[in-house]
Design a protein around this ligand. Structure first.
Ligand code: ADP
Ligand code: ADP
Length: 233
């Protein structure tokens, strides 16, 4: 079934007398379990669209239905709740807390979700195990390689069992081999049924996705199935 449906969403930023039409009219449907890459030149609206899909921001016009709920006009508090439940975020810069261990970093979203400490630790451990880091639970981020840090961030994104994983340039700070390792992990997550949307400007990374959407000047330029996605196998 459909998990995301945007209908003619627009986003206009007003800065003094100037208006920037970051999204002019974007209608896009994504089904549960899809693996989609957003591409497009700098300034084409990728981050704006990801922010709206991730409920970090709302559109100026149009509707956004997430998991059968209209989130277009929700308040900041309602959006925060939806985000915690539905979205796992992965960033280019990992965004880990430097003084916290891997286990503590991964357990963080569970505090907001209201789990007790022992459940948080159990779930965080399982998430770290699922990304192959069960022997790094007590390490701090600076004791890990870049690839391992991103895997911790992915474990944190997965720990709440979100409906969607949103990854903004997840390999942007990684060397080529490590990038492919992270893409292997995404491939596995997709095989397990996760819905993944990632932004990338790298063709070889986008080629792991099963569908590639290209934005240009705030519009969808092309939206194509990738007939032969990379798998690393
Ligand atoms: P991309 O991620 O593809 O580089 P963005 O969504 O970041 O594109 O930006 C689309 C357009 O909106 C750009 O012209 C950018 O300058 C503008 N923009 C993005 N965020 C803001 C903001 N918070 N305030 C004003 N303009 C913005
Ligand atoms: P990856 O292939 O995941 O990027 P590396 O090849 O960079 O990992 O690292 C190999 C091993 O070295 C890993 O098991 C990691 O724990 C360890 N390691 C890497 N950087 C550090 C560090 N700064 N401090 C301690 N151990 C490290």
């Amino acid at each position: 079934g459909k998990i995301i449906e945007t209908s003619e969403i627009k986003k206009t930023y007003v800065m003094g007398a100037e208006e920037v039409k970051a999204l002019k009219s974007v209608s896009i449907e994504i089904n549960k379990g899809e693996y989609v890459a957003f591409m497009g030149p700098s300034g084409s609206g990728k981050s704006t669209l990801m922010n709206i899909i991730g409920c970090l921001d709302t559109p100026t016009a149009g509707t956004y239905i997430l998991n059968n709920k209209d989130v277009s006009d929700m308040s900041e508090n309602e959006l925060a709740e939806i985000r915690n439940k539905e979205i796992g975020f992965v960033f280019q810069t990992f965004n880990l807390l430097p003084r916290a261990t891997c286990l503590e970093n991964v357990a963080l979203p569970l505090i907001y979700a209201g789990y007790n400490k022992s459940d948080r630790e159990d779930k965080a451990f399982m998430a770290l195990k699922s990304v192959g880091l069960e022997d790094r639970v007590n390490h701090k981020p600076n004791e890990l390689s870049g690839g391992q840090r991103q895997r911790v961030a992915i474990a944190r994104a997965l720990v709440n069992d979100p409906s969607i994983i949103l990854a903004d340039e997840p390999t942007g700070n990684l060397d080529t081999k490590t990038s492919y390792d992270i893409m292997s992990l995404f491939h596995e997550l997709h095989q397990k049924g996760n819905t993944i949307i990632m932004v990338t400007h790298e063709d070889d990374i986008a080629h792991y996705a099963h569908r590639i959407v290209r934005l240009r000047d705030g519009l969808v330029e092309t939206d194509e199935i990738n007939p032969n996605p990379t798998t690393n196998n």
